[in-house]
Write a protein that binds this ligand. Sequence first.
Ligand code: DQQ
Length: 513
Amino acid sequence: MTHELITTPTTASVAGPVAAAVVDGLSERAFRDPHLPRFHFTSPGGWLNDPNGLSHWNGVYHLFYQYNPLAPAHHRIHWGHATSTDLVTWTDEPVALVPGTTGPDRDGCWSGVLVDDGGVPTLVYSGRHGERELPCVATGSPDLRHWAKDPGNPVIAAPPEGVDITAYRDHCVWREGAVWRQLVGSGIRGQGGTAFLYDSEDLRSWRYVGPLLTGDASRGVAGEPDWTGTMWECVDLFRVEDVDVLAFSAWDEGTTHHPLYWTGRYERDTFVPDALHRLDYGQAYFYAPQSTRDADGRRIMFGWLQEGRGEEATARAGWSGVMSLPRLVTLGPDGALAQRPVPELERLRRDHVATGAFEVGETPLSDAIRGDQLDLEVTLRLAPGATARLGVRETPDGAERTVVEITRDADAEGGGELRLRREHSSLDPDVDAGPRYGRIPFAPDGTVDLRVLVDHSALEIFAGGRALTARVYPTRPDEATGVSLTATGSVTCARLDAWHMAPIVDRPRPLWP
Ligand code: DQQ
C-alpha cells in the first residue's frame, strides 16, 4: 500500500488522478473499518456531509453530497455524486464539482440543489471564498455526469444590503409559473435565523424580495425543542398533502445544532407558520436534510449522520460521515410529519425471524436475532407508566450496550417518550455518550410501532412516525451483536420481526470515480 494522507493539502491544484494517487489507501482503510455502515451510503473514503442536488431525473435518483476525497476532514469541499434506480444500491459517478483554482468557489463548493431548467440540469450551490459563501450556478451534460460552472458566478454578488447577517448560504430553488424562486439560508443579527427570498427569470439574475420568515434567536436554549438558532442552514420548502413545510437546520456558532421544520402556509412572499417541530431527535446526528419529490409523487428525504467518535479515531479510520437511509415523508394524523425508511430497502432483508405475541420479561429473545446489520420491527403495547427497552449492539457480558427506551406517560393521555441511552454504548471515553430523546404518539390502547435499523455505527430509530438517529462505536464490535428486550411494568410485544440486512458494497471503491 502506498502512503496515506491524514492532513489535507491546502493547495488548490490537487485534482483528479493526482488526488487519487495521493490518497491511495484511504478507501481501503475505510472499507476495513468495523464501524463503517454496510447498507447505508457512505463516500468511498474521506469526508462526506450534506446531501445535495437530490433529484429523480429520467427515472434515476441522483444523490450529490458534500465531499472531501483527500481526507476525513471538512476542507475544500467538492460535490460527490452517486446514482441509483432503486434507492437501495448506488453507483459512484464522477465528482461533479471541484473547488476552482480561482473564482468564488476556490475554498469549497458548499451545499445546493439541482433544478431542471427547460431540460438543462442546473446546480445552484454556495461557492466559498475565505469566510464568505455566495450563490453559484453550474450546468450539466444530459447524463448529469459533467458540469460546467457559469462564467458569471457568483450569480448574486452579495447578501441583501443594509441587513446585518450572521451567515448566508444554502439554497432551495423552485419554479413558480414563469419565474424561478430561491431561498438562501441566513440569519439577521439580533433577531434570528431566516430564509431570504429571491425571484429570477433565468437563474442568473436575481431580485431580492425579502425574508420569507425569521425566527426568534432569543427563545430557548441550544438544542432544546423551541430553539431555532441564529442561522438557518439548508432551508427546504415543500408541500406534503395540503400542508406547507419549511425545513431548516438551526445553527449557532459553537453550539449543538438540530434539524427543525415549521408547518404552515406558504403565501406569495411569506411563510405563515402554524407549528414548529423537530425533524429528528438525534439532533446533529441527522443534519442538513434535503428532500425531493420523486416520479411517484413521494417526498423522499436524506440527511447527514455525522461522526460521534474522536478526531484521531476518525482520521485513522480514513472516512467520516454517513448518508441516512432514504426516508419517506408523509403527513401524520396529528399534523406533524411521519417518517419511515422507503419500502425499497426491504429488498435487503435476509434470514427472517418472527416471534409470536409475548409478555416482555418472560421469554428470552431468540438467539437467532443478533448482528450488526439488522432491521428490527416491534409492535409494543405498554400499560400507563411502563417502559420497554430494546438493547442492541450488546456484548455477551453486557459491558457495552445501546438501549432504545420507550416509556408511556403514566396519565395514559396517548403520548410517551422515546429515549436512546448510550452511556454504555462504548468503553471508549472519547465517544459521544449523550442521550437523545423526544415525545412520541401512542395509540389509545398503548400500542406503538418501533423500527430500529442497526448498521455498524449507524443507528436509525422510528417510533410512532418520529425519528431518532445516532452513532455508536462499541470497542468490541465483533462481540457487540446481542439484542434484548426487557421491561419495567406491563409490556406486551404483539409482534417482533427481525432480519439481517445484506450489504450494498463488497469492496473498496475508487475515491475519484
Ligand atoms: N454544510 C455545508 C454548508 C451548510 C452546512 C458546508 C450544513 O453549505 O450550511 O459543507 O451542514
